[in-house]
Design a binder for this molecule. Structure first.
Ligand SMILES: Cc1cc2nc3c(=O)[nH]c(=O)nc-3n(C[C@H](O)[C@H](O)[C@H](O)COP(=O)(O)O)c2cc1C
Length: 208
């Protein structure tokens, strides 16, 4: 039994390029195998908790080995639930648009919730930072209106791919495959070509 957690970020649903490619990945992943289980997290349908003062105090108490107060314990429990759910997966699929050269705030909110000391990473002066989500793999499907692979100058404006690959690596996920769907906003033909190429890549990664 193998579990894939699919994190869906675009609110555009049946008009979304990233979701269209992700659907091909999911079909190929589940094709002919009842062992492959999929859990879907639609970030627009998820009531993510605020990352407020009590939560931050709890985070620092955990980091410093101190005892949290009852409000902090309650806040930390809410956070723990999301991080524990995240860790139950063997594989991750994240499909997301680029927004303002980075990721949509819903995905950043989710990352701020699950990226926690003692849950998805640890720190000791001897060993430094260690990712705790190890032995897993991730596929990223990244849709963007522009074309960020066209030159180094434009590539330097891409904070979507480097950030996501870095933060997943930071929490321990080193086996990452990235599918770029770009450019989606130049003209329909170019967009369709990019989606078709992305679907081929998605099927090949899913089957692995
Ligand atoms: C709020 C918002 C911000 C965006 N910012 C950028 C951007 O900085 N760079 C870019 O290339 N495209 C940008 N886009 C375009 C999307 O990345 C593009 O339409 C992509 O295909 C959306 O993915 P989706 O079709 O899966 O929703 C933006 C779109 C929206 C709605």
């Amino acid at each position: 039994m193998s579990k894939l957690l699919y994190i869906e970020v675009s609110p555009r649903k049946d008009r979304s390029a990233s979701i269209e490619v992700a659907q091909f990945f999911l079909e190929a992943y589940q094709d002919g195998s009842t062992d492959n289980q999929v859990e879907v997290l639609d970030l627009w349908d998820l009531n993510l908790p605020e990352f407020n003062g009590d939560t931050i105090n709890a985070k620092y108490r955990v980091m410093h080995g101190e005892v949290p107060n009852p409000e902090e314990i309650a806040a930390w429990k809410t956070i723990t639930k999301f991080a524990e759910q995240f860790k139950t997966a063997d594989h991750y699929l994240i499909s997301t648009p680029m927004w303002n050269f980075s990721i949509p705030y819903k995905l950043k909110h989710y990352i701020d919730i699950i990226s926690q000391p003692g849950l998805t990473w640890s720190f000791t002066p001897e060993e430094g930072y260690q990712g705790l989500v190890t032995g897993k793999s991730a596929t990223l499907i990244l849709a963007r209106g522009g074309e960020y692979t066209s030159s180094a100058e434009v590539g330097a404006m891409d904070f979507q791919r480097p950030y996501l690959e870095m933060i997943l690596g930071f929490i321990g996920i080193k086996d990452i495959k990235t599918i770029l769907i770009e450019p989606t906003l130049i003209d329909v033909e170019t967009k369709e070509k990019s989606i078709a190429a992305g679907k081929k890549q998605a099927i090949s990664y899913a089957k692995k």
